[in-house]
Write a protein that binds this ligand. Sequence first.
Ligand code: ADE
Length: 227
Amino acid sequence: MRIDIITLFPELLRSPFEESILKRAIKSKKAVINFHTLRDYAYNKNKQVDDYPFGGGAGMVMKIEPIDLCIRQLKKERTYDEVIYLTPDGEQLDQSISNNLSTKKNLIILCGHYKGVDQRVRDHLITREISIGDFVLSGGELAAAVLCDSIIRLIPGVLGDESSALTDSYQDGLLAPPIYTRPANYKGWEVPKILTSGNTPEIEKWRESQALEKTKKTRPDLMEDHG
Ligand code: ADE
């Protein structure tokens, strides 16, 4: 998978790709990430990328020309499955969106800043608008890191243990059950006996019931979908 990220602040985005699972995915070429600094596509000599809103009001608006130029150049080189704009008023990211995007070949992600982008960018250049939650960040960069992490880890071969993405929270519509590791007893805080019993079918049953209980308590809304 190739992801082209268009941003005013690439430095905000680099470090998540330089550690752990994302770093490995990039090293093994399962994911190719390219940053494009919007200022490099600005037209005038002041490298202007934003301007005052028509009609007045607070905040600056990201101009269409540099964004259009950047996307046009990228599209000359390859076909993109989606051109995603990260914005708090987009559709809310969930595991099924991440699963779907993880099967794509080429993605463009545009990070907004200030008041956001000129509406014509959204109307004519963007194919999908995604929010990572009902809160407002200072810009789309951190949201882009969240989105990329959630999809890259799902690309086959990226996680060492293939089954481990399948047992994540949300993957079966439930929250994940509790997990433990050694020591079995720490300061008298004991691991549930069933987990050290070696009885795999019973352990599976226990995990399922714990997942159900946790979901009912923390996210009852998910129970409706689970049936
Ligand atoms: N940009 C600012 N806030 C955001 C959010 N919640 N999701 C995606 N992009 C954003």
